[in-house]
Write a protein that binds this ligand. Structure first.
Ligand code: 9MR
Length: 386
């Protein structure tokens, strides 16, 4: 009996210590495994990506592989927008959103809903309404049906998107025109009712700008003072190589955190292309048709020069250093896309350009920026060079 126990104990000991008298042939031949983004940053914040229809339908298998390895949160780039999910007053279209949520659940990812109330791409009938009670009824119904369907499954909702002008005043959207600022607390209250466990966010671009920052602070306070629940502020990170000044980004992170809400960087991508209009942000209605096909506006169509790659890597490094400095306030950093090929920045503000804003290239290979961002954690004193 004793012998049996001793043999068993020894077998278990071998298993746990991986101690074997056979030489490990693979020890020196296995190439080192690059750590993933999500594991490298797991103690700091969640790393997410916006995903398009091809990924949701599991057709873009390369992107899917990268998504599963490197990201622990997903946001639907387009398919949950009002016009897509609720195109006609009495018709909801849940085919793609069901698949999106199922993909997140299967892979144990943090699922983000984007977005419930946004002036852009609402159901067309909404733009014709003039009665505030009727509009409130539609907003409630929309939120109830969409957020209610995924109750308990969505980690957080971008409840209201882009409600501010650049000077911090409230945007003259159809919601504001018909209902006044009361539509803001209404949306948050309804979302809380539809999915009591979900985090609820206000999300916008250029949230680093001082005037817009003040406007966002006023907006959050308006919601809080109404008694509605708001859990976080999403700072879209549609930024450039030089702009914005990260000192302003930092002031905004601090200002939003001081309101007692979480801060998220929700739509990160860095454009490297010329911007002669000094445009900042992500106003989707802006576009410059006259420059389509102009080579001067699309200088890197056949590849990104080393000098620009280095600039981009340094920019990403500075940005992530700032995020790490405030990791106690930042709960998630979401890239707006997986690989460069499908970034919206190839089509905005001029269509048909070749941009390089993300950490994965057009074939979903890891770019040097990826190593820089990982290196910040694994080799904090590294010097960037190509
Ligand atoms: O990346 C999205 C692009 O594919 C769409 O054509 C566009 C309009 O719906 O929206 C883009 O995503 C936007 C996001 O939903 C809200 N913030 C700005 C983003 C970039 O325009």
């Amino acid at each position: 009996m004793r012998l049996i126990f001793r043999t068993l104990f020894f077998a278990l000991f071998l298993q746990f210590t991986n101690c074997s008298d056979k030489p490990d042939k693979t020890e020196n031949s296995t190439p080192p495994v690059t750590p993933s983004l999500k594991t490298t940053y797991s103690k700091d914040f969640t790393i997410g990506a916006a995903i398009n229809e091809a990924i949701i339908l599991q057709k873009d298998t390369l992107a899917l592989k990268v998504l599963k390895r490197d990201f622990s949160s997903i946001t639907p780039e387009n398919i949950m927008k009002w016009e897509e999910i609720h195109p006609v007053a009495d018709t909801f279209n849940f085919d793609l959103s069901d698949k999106f949520v199922a993909l997140g659940e299967e892979n144990e990812m943090e699922i983000i809903g984007h977005t419930l109330v946004w002036h852009s791409q609402i159901g067309p009938w909404m733009n014709t309404l003039t009665d505030s009670t009727i509009m409130a009824k539609y907003i409630k119904e929309h939120i109830n049906t969409v957020a209610g369907r995924y109750k308990g499954k969505i980690h957080g909702w971008d409840v209201v998107n882009e409600a501010l002008n650049e000077d911090g005043s409230l945007r003259e959207s159809v919601f504001l025109k018909v209902m006044g600022d009361g539509y803001l607390p209404l949306a948050f209250k309804q979302a809380a009712e539809a999915d009591p466990e979900a985090e609820l966010y206000y999300n916008d671009y250029n949230m680093w700008k001082p005037e817009k920052r003040e406007g966002a602070v006023r907006l959050v306070k308006l919601v809080q003072e109404s008694g509605a629940r708001i859990s976080g502020v999403g700072m879209q990170g549609h930024w450039g190589l030089e702009e914005p000044d990260l000192a302003e980004v930092e002031k905004s992170i601090l200002a939003y955190a001081a309101l007692g809400v979480k801060v998220m960087i929700t739509e990160l991508d860095i454009t490297v292309l010329p911007n002669p209009w000094d445009m900042e942000g992500a106003e989707v209605s802006q576009n410059f048709r006259e420059f389509e096909g102009d080579e001067k506006m699309n200088p890197y169509a056949s590849g990104l020069p080393d000098s620009v790659q280095l600039k981009l890597a340094n920019r990403y490094t500075d940005i992530f250093k700032l995020f790490l400095k405030h990791k106690d306030k930042i709960s998630r950093v979401t890239f707006w896309g997986v690989g460069d090929a499908n970034s919206w920045l190839n089509g905005w503000p001029i269509r048909g350009r070749t941009n390089y804003p993300l950490l994965f290239d057009r074939e979903y290979n890891r770019k040097n920026i990826y190593d820089s961002v990982i290196g910040l954690k694994t080799q904090p004193n590294q010097k960037l060079a190509l």
